[in-house]
Design a protein around this ligand. Sequence first.
Ligand code: SF4
Length: 126
Amino acid sequence: MVVDQNASIAGAEGGCQAECGTAAGMAAGALVELAGGTPAMVGNATALSIKNLLGLVCDPVAGLVEVPCVKRNGFAVVEAMLAADMTLAGIQSVIPVDEVIEAMNHIGRALPKSLRETSEGGVDWL
Ligand code: SF4
């Protein structure tokens, strides 16, 4: 909800960073919460996770959320788990989560239309 209010959760609007990035951020935060982390730690894990997927373009092939999406989401799971583990180990995100989300918003708006769910760019260029 926070990302939706301040950036986007739609690949057509903000690129895949908005979809897979937000999902990975939510998963990272949830894992920290389940492990007994504080709200600040949840935000930290979310920041670490989203930050690593900033700029990820939406470039679906063979229909929406098929290729490369399904496997891409698998990689995002691993990333979310790593962000949670890093947070629980005490690693801090230099950039706070709110600023990461703001950056995602700017990056999404800067992406050309061809990289926002149009199937006109990204892996489709090949
Ligand atoms: S690449 Fe796939 S998973 Fe990513 S935003 Fe586009 S349709 Fe969604």
